[in-house]
Design a protein around this ligand. Structure first.
Ligand code: ZN
Length: 183
């Protein structure tokens, strides 16, 4: 099993700007940690010259490391940030790929993924599905007690292919695959 490089930055971030300024043709805003996106105030984006009267609506115009497309309101961004923060940093790329696949388990309401369902299904990051399959065979003792001169005729390719029907595998852009058990 391999792990995604720890140097890969997975922190969910949002670019929060003032909607009134945006509508007036000015980009006034900054990048913030998504987990506290709902705590950003109009003062935070305007600085000392805050015009709180008519410039009180904030909007997330851009974001990174959040597995959905498009703009959103700061409350939604904060919900995503806190959801993603629930899993270890090294697992976040797998969680994002799972959500982006569209074939994930959501929490009862909305689009947020169920972390417990993610943890139940995710089987790790592997070079190939076949590598996962051979490792699983070892773990469950598939060929335990079978004499070596017979075991070497075992059809790994066919076994791995059949096993794959019970799994979903997603490519990692950085290399390798994320393996999920279908439940
Ligand atoms: Zn403004």
């Amino acid at each position: 099993m391999t792990t995604t490089s720890p140097s890969t930055d997975t922190t969910p971030r949002v670019w929060i700007g003032c909607l009134a300024c945006y509508n007036a043709g000015r980009l006034v805003g900054d990048w913030f940690d998504a987990t506290t996106a709902d705590e950003v105030t109009t003062y935070d984006v305007h600085g000392a010259h805050s015009r709180a009267d008519s410039h009180d609506e904030l909007w997330v115009f851009d974001h990174e490391n959040i597995p959905v497309r498009g703009e959103m309101d700061p409350l939604t961004a904060a919900a995503w940030g806190r959801c993603l923060a629930e899993v270890d940093e090294r697992l976040r790329p797998a969680l994002c790929v799972w959500v982006e696949s569209g074939d994930y388990v959501a929490e009862s309401t909305g689009d947020l993924p169920s972390i417990s369902d993610f943890e139940e299904r995710y089987q790790g990051h592997w070079d190939t599905f076949a590598e996962y399959a051979e490792n699983l065979a070892d773990d469950i003792g598939l060929l335990a007690g079978v004499p070596e001169e017979i075991a070497r005729y075992f059809d790994w390719r066919a076994w791995s292919r059949d096993l794959a029907f019970d799994y979903s595998t997603y490519d990692d852009p950085e290399g390798g695959v994320f393996v999920f058990r279908d439940l």
